[in-house]
Design a protein around this ligand. Structure first.
Ligand code: CTP
Ligand code: MG
Length: 335
């Protein structure tokens, strides 16, 4: 009898696939936005090459990892080969160059944890942040993009979770909640852990791509087009996955002991990472291991107040998915 009831629930929830997919489609950036981004990058390349002829520009973050929704800002990394560049000096110089070429709102933020130049291009209307030599971000962007190509449900799930997090105000690291990058890793990990698995663990497979950046070796299997329809043994739908994701973070995750790890495709223990107590400002109240900088906990921004906010939001979302006849409205209600 129990089994029958559960089956009913699973099928009931599938009526929400249509609205969830409609939200996903609505959030996808239109082709012309991508063209405008390319146009802006080409302009930046031209300006940068005058001052630094051998430098390269890389896109990273949501404009390049395929998890970007419509009207996002773009993240650019200026890679300069000289050893020990003084990043603040480069930032100041870059701001000068951009300022004198009609770009608007040019701001040099030299004191930020990651120093950046911010700007707005009046021609395309796109805002952009440029950082210097942050190549690990470029590499983790590629990892996320490669995961997105394996199964379409990852991109769908991540769009919906990011949209939920932005609507509910829990996507603000300066308020102690999680970055978009952290949410995407949570989605990848969730799909790696499904049985049958929807995503493989690329870092545990044969190495086909390997670079060393800032003394970190980044190696994984990147020939994802050869994986075929990897997740086809698992027929879970987007509505079931959204439900399961929230249920996991509301009631299933062991906050006291567990670290989620995309690198291993499994849960590892806080003890093993020595993340059991507060060190400096890292409280490790929700633990998400960075796939390459494995000493980075992406949950380190979360404090004893914001962990409560987060967990209450996960519980609220799980309740809505379970009981609300119209979850797509309630779930994304502004906070
Ligand atoms: N990043 C990182 N480590 C972090 C946070 C971010 O390496 N702790 C890098 C990642 O490469 C990430 C990029 O910075 O893709 C941008 O981060 P974020 O703004 O969180 O993600 P976006 O994908 O750009 O999301 P949004 O659409 O909200 O801009
Ligand atoms: Mg971004």
């Amino acid at each position: 009898r129990m089994y029958k009831r559960q089956m009913m629930c699973r099928r009931d929830i599938d009526v929400h696939n249509v609205p969830f997919l409609a939200i996903y489609e609505f959030l996808i950036p239109p082709e012309e936005e991508k063209l405008k981004q390319k146009q802006l990058v080409a302009l930046l390349e031209k300006l940068v090459s005058k001052e630094w002829p051998t430098a390269k520009l890389f896109l990273y973050g949501s404009c390049a990892n395929s998890f970007g929704v419509s009207k996002s800002d773009i993240d650019v990394c200026l890679a300069i080969e000289e050893a020990d560049v003084d990043k603040s000096k480069v930032i100041m110089k870059l701001a000068d160059i951009l300022q004198s070429d009609n770009l608007q709102n040019v701001q040099a933020l030299t004191r930020a944890r990651v120093p950046i130049v911010k700007l707005m291009d009046p021609v395309t209307g796109i805002s952009c942040d440029i950082c210097i030599n942050n190549l690990l971000a470029v590499v983790n962007t590629k990892l996320l993009r490669d995961y997105a190509h394996i199964d379409p449900r990852l991109r769908q799930l991540a769009f919906i979770i990011k949209h939920w997090a932005k609507s509910r105000g829990v996507n603000e690291t300066y308020h102690g909640t999680l970055s978009s990058y952290a949410y995407v890793l949570m989605c990848i990990h969730y799909l790696q852990m499904r049985r049958p698995a929807i995503l493989p663990c690329l870092q545990e497979m044969e190495t086909t791509y390997s670079v060393t950046v800032d003394d970190v070796n980044c190696a994984y299997f990147d020939q994802v087009e050869t994986l075929g329809d990897f997740g086809h043994h698992n027929r879970e739908t987007i509505a079931q996955l959204v439900w399961g994701f929230f249920y996991y973070w509301a009631y299933g995750h062991d906050y006291a002991n567990a670290v989620i790890s995309v690198r291993t495709g499994s849960i590892i223990s806080k003890r093993e990472k020595d993340w059991t107590r507060r060190i400096g400002n890292d409280r490790h109240l929700i633990c998400i291991e960075d796939p390459f900088e494995t000493s980075h906990d992406l949950g380190r921004v979360v404090d004893k107040h914001s962990i409560k906010v987060l967990r209450e939001e996960f519980e609220r979302a799980a309740e809505i998915m379970q009981f609300d006849p119209n979850p797509c409205i309630k779930l994304f209600e502004p906070y």
